[in-house]
Ligand binder design. Structure first.
Ligand code: ATP
Ligand code: MG
Length: 298
């Protein structure tokens, strides 16, 4: 929590204005919806969800950009981006060295692009931790994303793959996002850490980004043969109610094999249960987006 207090000057109790935020303008390009895939617990399926939800959204007609905000670079590797192609990375854009458009690379999936990461990102906190706009670096980089030049695409979704920590990188993602998508692994300690995450979201909302919402919680790695998985689903639904998506991602060996081929599971094996689940999740997310839009309009 110290990170966020540092980042947000929360003690003042005021929303820190994002420097240079443009006023909404009727002629402005439609901004992409920005969803941060976040959970400070490691190995719960954040990257797998970013890659495969991104692929599923692209497959149903959305234009998707994945921002790899984890120094581990698993989303970049899982989408087949090798180290030497990562000449410009998310580190360069959050340090303000290069504009976001220059970091973006196409993937093998039509309409799915990625801004890759490198290990440099791990130095971000030390390097910019004292600058006043430290929590808004990603938001600033995303600001002009859809001011497209001829031949460039306007994105409809941006998915941010967060690192397994509530550090300044994750705070940047939360400050830049419209909503958070939380993968929870169906295992004994699933709920552990969730209250801390929800508390952080609430603090970011009060200090950095008043619009931040919880988009939903996706249960991952469900194992039907394991009684515990069923109990975890019941507990999480009892605790979080309608915030939990109906779609549950099963544990599926094809899902875990796909990244080693540098492919999303939907490309590696479209017919497997993991691919089907991520397609269902994409449909559910689009339905929820429609409800969000209707609520905002009313
Ligand atoms: N549905 C699934 N079925 C089987 N294996 C899965 C599934 N989802 C994820 N995995 C595997 O679990 C491991 C952790 O998944 P992933 O890397 O997506 O988690 P993460 O939350 O991004 O991890 P980190 O916190 O390290 O960034 C990976 O080896 C991945 O292949
Ligand atoms: Mg990851």
């Amino acid at each position: 929590m110290a990170d966020i207090e540092k980042a947000a000057d929360v003690n003042s109790g005021e929303v820190v204005p994002f420097p240079g935020e443009p006023k909404p303008d009727a002629a402005a390009p439609t901004p992409a919806r920005v969803l941060a895939v976040a959970n400070q617990k490691g190995g719960v399926g954040k990257t797998t969800t970013a890659i495969n939800l991104g692929t599923a959204l692209a497959a149903i007609g959305e234009r998707v950009l994945i921002i790899d905000l984890d120094p581990q670079g698993n989303a970049s590797t899982g989408l087949g981006i090798d180290q030497k192609s990562r000449q410009i990375s998310t580190y360069d854009l959050i340090t303000g060295e290069r504009p976001l458009r220059e970091a973006i690379l196409a993937t093998a999936v039509p309409h799915l692009h990625i801004a890759p990461s490198t290990m440099d990102l791990s130095g971000f906190e030390l390097e910019v931790g004292h600058s006043r706009d430290r929590a808004y670096r990603l938001r600033a980089a995303l600001g002009k994303l859809n001011e497209v030049a001829p031949g460039q695409v306007a994105y409809t979704y941006v998915l941010i793959d967060c690192p397994p920590s509530l550090n300044l990188l994750t705070i940047n993602a939360m400050a830049a996002a419209n909503a958070i998508l939380v993968p929870l692994q169906c295992e004994f300690f699933a709920l552990e850490g969730l209250s801390q995450l929800l508390k952080t979201v609430e603090q970011v909302k009060q200090t950095l980004n008043p619009e931040l919402a919880i988009h939903g919680i996706v249960l991952t790695m469900f194992d039907a043969r394991n009684n515990l998985s069923g109990q975890v689903v019941a507990d999480v639904r009892a605790f979080m109610g309608a915030k939990v998506y109906d779609t549950i991602i099963p544990r599926n060996v094809r899902v875990s094999e796909a990244p080693s081929y540098g492919k999303p599971v939907l490309v590696y094996d479209l017919k497997c249960v993991g691919s089907e689940a991520y397609l269902r999740l994409a449909t559910e997310i689009i339905q929820r987006e429609k409800q969000f839009r209707e609520r905002r309009a009313s």
